[in-house]
Each structure stands twice: as C-alpha cells, then as structure tokens.
Ligand binder design. Structure first.
Ligand SMILES: [Fe+2]
Length: 205
C-alpha cells in the first residue's frame, strides 16, 4: 500500500504565530508531500531492483536504500512537526510530559534552552525523543534525515530547522523562528504521543 500524505494543520495554516500561511503551504503541500511520493517511488523501485550487484561504494541498491531512509525519515519527522503545531504553546496541557521533562532535564526552562541550542546546532532537525535504551528523554539533532537518527528513539517534539521552514518569515533569524515554533506547540498532541509511547514502552512514563 502506498503511503499517503496525512491531513495536517488543515484550516489552521493562517492561525500560527510568526509562521506564515505561505511557509506552511510550501512546506507541507510541496516539501512534505514530495517526501511521501518519493518514499512510494523508492519502495516501488526497490521491489524490482537488482540486489546481486549491491555494493557500498556505488550500486543501484545502495542509492535506493539511502533514498529510502531519507524519504521515510523526511515523511515521519514532518508528520511529528506539523502534527504538534497549531496550539497555544502552553505546556501545562501535557502534564505527564512535563513531569518527565522535569525529571530528565531539571525543569521546562532548561529543557527548552537545550532544544533551542539543538535547533541552532542541527543542520536539519532538533528532536525531543524518548529513548528506550536508557528510558530517558533526550534532545537529539539531525543534520540530515538519514544521519544522526537514534534507532528506536521515539520522537515527541520535532523542530524543523531547515531554511524552508522559516526563511520567508524570518530571513536568516533562525532563533526568532524557533521562538515562534514554541508559541505554536499544541502540547495536548505531545501528551497524546507520549501516552501512546507509554503503551508501547511501559517504562517510559
Ligand atoms: Fe521541513
């Protein structure tokens, strides 16, 4: 079954603080949609590709497998990103997430400071994730979607810091965009994701 783009931020495109409708429409309807269709394309090609000539320097198989993780992670992380925007930025709506943030980062403010620093350091992504390897929350960075991923870690808050997510609205002022991102988080959605993770990994909560 091919992947289909999810309906994300529908009708809320012009409701975000600081992030414009134009940015969201380009970002979601062109870039995110392209990750979904490319993921389908690469999966179709993999089904027919020649495995016998697979080689780590260059081979059709390697090229497709690299494209597969890039497209899949691009699709998945954008679904977390758009999926948690559209809120009022109030973390009190995510009581158990806040409790875990306090436990693993000391306070909401120190967690936020840490994710802002990740947003400034990452070339593509900053992600709050639950990592079952140590049962803790971590902020991870991703320079590209198929690098720096931590296998098994569960994204909760995905902060897109590729230029396309803010250049129209903020020029090179990435920091102000990151602040706007925080003002738009729907923490009730983050809470839902964490509850779902908790069902899968009882030690998470
Ligand atoms: Fe993006």
């Amino acid at each position: 079954m091919p992947h289909t783009p999810k309906e994300l931020l529908k009708g809320k495109e012009d409701k975000l603080k600081g992030i414009s409708k134009k940015t969201i429409e380009i970002h979601r309807d062109k870039l995110y949609a392209a990750y979904v269709s490319k993921r389908n394309e690469v999966e179709e090609k993999l089904a027919k590709a020649d495995k016998s000539t697979s080689n780590q320097i260059y081979s059709e198989w390697r090229g497709l497998k690299e494209g597969e993780t890039f497209a899949a992670n691009g699709m998945i992380l954008h679904e977390y990103y758009f999926g948690i925007l559209g809120g009022n930025g109030d973390p009190k709506k995510a009581p158990t997430v806040l409790k875990k943030i306090d436990k693993d980062f000391g306070s909401f403010e120190s967690w936020k400071e840490d994710l802002v620093a990740c947003g400034m350091a990452g070339r593509g992504w900053g992600v709050l994730a639950y990592d079952p390897s140590d049962q803790k929350f971590h902020n991870y960075i991703g320079d590209a979607q198929n690098q720096g991923a931590v296998w098994g870690a569960q994204p909760l808050v995905a902060l897109d810091v590729y230029e396309h997510s803010y250049f129209i609205d903020f020029g090179s002022d990435r920091k102000s965009y990151i602040e706007a991102f925080f003002q738009n988080i729907d923490w009730a959605k983050v809470e839902q994701i964490y509850q779902r993770v908790g069902k899968q990994y009882p030690a998470a909560i």
